[in-house]
Design a binder for this molecule. Structure first.
Ligand code: IDP
Ligand code: MG
Length: 178
């Protein structure tokens, strides 16, 4: 649909959005994902660039903090990988410096976020993706993104308290969603 002068809705037209939890099968503009800029991404001063990509895409930032994550938190976060040979090195890497932990919200943000990240191995990641543009090796792949809505919810609860997440109305909502 074009944005004709008379046909276009006011950008702040109120919309009925799905109540979280009540309509799990319906695509919601309130889907959330957990994104973390890993210690190498922070040290390499890629925080602004990465936030910029999510902002410019049209996703909404609803939680953010800089923290030096404990090994306990990191072991918990990567619990599904605990039997892999690279696990100790992974925890050490993630514990080596501050991380920027974020929650981003939007339609299909989990899936689209993963597309924006690129593949786990930067060598398989296309130019234009974050890993494709800014890193070389799987052990230093600068960013984490939840791989499903279910793991997003688990990770958000692990990294953030409910009070640290902010619900607010975006003034551009009507210019991003029809
Ligand atoms: P993902 O981050 O793309 O979801 P996962 O398979 O969940 O990929 O692995 C989690 C993280 O573990 C990766 O992002 C990467 O930092 C690290 N990792 C995965 N495979 C290897 C490996 O073969 N060697 C070293 N580190 C790895
Ligand atoms: Mg993963």
């Amino acid at each position: 649909m074009g944005m004709g002068a008379s046909a276009s809705p006011a950008p702040d037209t109120p919309r009925r959005e799905a109540v979280r939890g009540s309509e799990p099968a319906m695509a919601s503009t309130e889907e959330r994902t957990f994104i973390a800029i890993k210690p190498d991404g922070v040290q390499r001063a890629l925080v602004g660039e990465i936030i910029k990509r999510f902002e410019q895409k049209g996703f909404k930032l609803v939680g953010m903090k800089l923290l030096h994550a404990s090994e306990e938190l990191l072991r918990n976060h990567y619990d599904d990988l605990k039997d892999r040979p690279f696990f100790p090195g992974l925890v050490k890497y993630m514990h080596s410096g501050p991380i920027v932990a974020m929650v981003w919200e939007g339609l299909n943000v989990v899936k689209t976020g993963r597309v924006m990240l690129g593949e786990t191995n930067p060598a398989d990641s296309k130019p234009g993706t974050i890993r494709g543009d800014f890193c070389v090796q799987v052990g230093r792949n600068i960013i984490h993104g939840s791989d499903s809505v279910e793991s997003a919810n688990t990770e958000i609860n692990l990294w953030f308290t409910p009070e640290e997440l902010v619900s607010y109305k975006s003034c551009v909502h009507g210019w991003i969603y029809d």
